[in-house]
Design a protein around this ligand. Sequence first.
Ligand code: NAD
Ligand code: UFG
Length: 349
Amino acid sequence: MANKILVTGGAGYIGSHTVLQLLLGGYQVVVVDNLDNSSDVSIKRVQEIAGNNGSNLVFHKMDLRDKPALEKIFDSTKFDAVIHFAGLKAVGESVKKPLLYFNNNLIGTIYLLEVMASHGCKKLVFSSSATVYGWPKEVPCTEEFPLSAANPYGRTKLFLEEICRDLYNSDSGWKIMLLRYFNPVGAHPSGKIGEDPRGIPNNLMPFVQQVAVGRQPALTIYGTDYVTKDGTGVRDYIHVVDLADGHIAALNKLSDPSVGCEVYNLGTGEGTSVLNMVAAFEKASGKKIPLVFAGRRGGDAEIVYASTAKAEKELKWKAKYGIEEMCKDQWNWASKNPYGYESPENGHH
Ligand code: NAD
Ligand code: UFG
C-alpha cells in the first residue's frame, strides 16, 4: 500500500509544489489548510498536473487549531508521516502582531504534535528557516551554527525547533526532520502553480514579478552599502521544485532506524546578490525592472548561504537548478497568472 502523508499548509507556495512531487512519486496525500494565505485553486491545479495520480489527493479546509477536527482526520486515516508547512510567515507582520504569530504557529504545531502522539504517528518533517541563523558571523551556514531570532516570526521557528528537540528527548519513538529552507523562488515549469502572496509582497522575487507584470511601478532595493561585490544583500535562492524534492528525500530518511531529531539545510550553497537576481530575471523575462535604491531594511542580514554538505551526504539530495531556471519558471508562472490564482483568465474576477 502506498504511503499516506498528511501535509499541513499544502495549498500554499512550498506545500503545493511538495504535494505535487508526492503525488508524482505515488504517495497518497491528505492536505489540511485554512486558506488564510492561499487559494484552493492551487489544489485543483496540482491535481491537474498530477494526471492519474491527482485522485490520490484529498483536501480539507481546516485550521490546525481546530483540534477536534484534526482528531477526526487522524481517527479516519492512518498516516505514515506528516509534513508540516502550515504557519504564518510575514516577518514585518509578525513584528506588528506577535500574538497572532505565536498563537497560530505555536498553538497550531503543539496541537498537531499532540494529535500525532495520541494516534501513534511520530514521523514529522517540519518547515524551519535559515532565519534561525540570524546575521551569521561567517558563511556558508552549517547546521551547527549558533541560533538566534531577530523577530517574532523567527522566534516561532526557533521555539518550534526546540519543542521538537525536547519532544524527541522525552520519547525516542519520534523521528523528526527540521528542514531549514534558504530562499525558495521560482515555480513549477508548467506555469500552473507558483507563489501568490496576499497584499504587497515582502519578498524579493514576488515583488519583482509584480513589477514585471505592471502591478508595481518599481523595485525598491534595500541597502546598497553591504560588504558584498555590488553592495546589495546576498542570499541562497533555491528553486521551489528542488526544495519540494528535498522533502521527499527527508521522508525517505525517516525510515532509517538511526534517525532521531535531525536538522538539515535546504539551499544550493550559492550566494546571489539582489542586483544579480534582478539581472537574471530581466534576462529570463525580457522585461526591464525599474529600480529605486533605498536604505537597509531593519533586521536584514548581509550575506546568508547554506552549507549543503550534510543534506547531500545524509539525505542524498542536492539542488539541481540555478538562478536562470528559477527566473525562467518564475516568469512563466507570472506571465500566465499575472494576478496569481485570481487572474481574470482563471474566471475569478
Ligand atoms: P504559504 O503562506 O504559501 O503556505 C503556508 C500555508 O499554511 C498557507 O496555505 C496558509 O493558508 C496555511 N496556514 C497557515 N496557518 C494555518 C493554520 N493555523 N491552519 C491551517 N493552515 C494554515 O507559505 P510558504 O512559503 O509555502 O511556507 C511554508 C512553510 O515554510 C511556512 O511554515 C514558512 O514559515 C516556511 N518557510 C518559508 C520560507 C519562504 O521564504 N517561503 C522560508 C523558510 C521557511
Ligand atoms: N529585497 C529588496 N527589495 C525587496 C525585497 C527584498 O531589496 O522589495 C532584498 C532584501 O533586502 C534581501 C533580499 O532581497 O537582501 C532577499 O529578501 P527576501 O525578503 O526575499 O528574503 P529574506 O532573506 O529577507 O527572508 C526570507 C524569508 C524569511 C526566511 C528567510 C530565510 O522572508 O521568512 O528568507 O529562509 F526566514
